[in-house]
Design a protein around this ligand. Structure first.
Ligand code: ZN
Length: 142
């Protein structure tokens, strides 16, 4: 983590300590759990759609490292109010950027997610950061 400058570190810790849209989702079955076994990150997501196919809100429950939880918290904020199509576009773009396979790193233009810009240089952490994005992608696909 020494690659991250202090501002980015603070953003990540802020989302980790005060996660946005975190709630108890005990009503969801264990089969709804998404996991990153290599780190022990585990989360459930609840995506609420509005009447017009847009994302009304996303809540999450779970535990894990600061990177996975911060990425999840940021994801719930960024995708709220987006249409399914917009969200899927953002998700693909974010995953590619986290993995370092994007032509252009898009994280800078997605608000707090800029804090994860250096993740692609830390392969161990890419799975942590990508976990909620892969999970929400599954939730949005038919
Ligand atoms: Zn992790």
């Amino acid at each position: 983590m020494t690659d991250f400058d202090d501002l980015y570190r603070e953003l990540i810790l802020d989302h980790y300590r005060r996660p946005r849209n975190k709630a108890s989702l005990d009503h969801l079955p264990d089969t709804a759990v998404h996991e990153n076994p290599s780190c022990g990150d585990s989360l459930k997501l609840e995506v609420r759609m509005d009447g017009e196919g847009g994302i009304e809100g996303i809540r999450f429950d779970g535990h894990g490292c600061a990177i996975s939880m911060a990425s999840t918290s940021m994801m719930t904020e960024l995708l709220r109010g987006k249409s399914r199509g917009q969200a899927l576009g953002i998700i693909d773009s974010v995953i590619d950027s986290l993995r370092g396979t994007a032509e252009e790193n898009s994280l800078e233009k997605f608000g707090d997610l800029a804090a994860l810009s250096g993740i692609s240089r830390v392969p161990m952490r890419v799975k942590c950061a990508a976990l909620p994005w892969n999970a929400v992608r599954k939730s949005l696909l038919p």
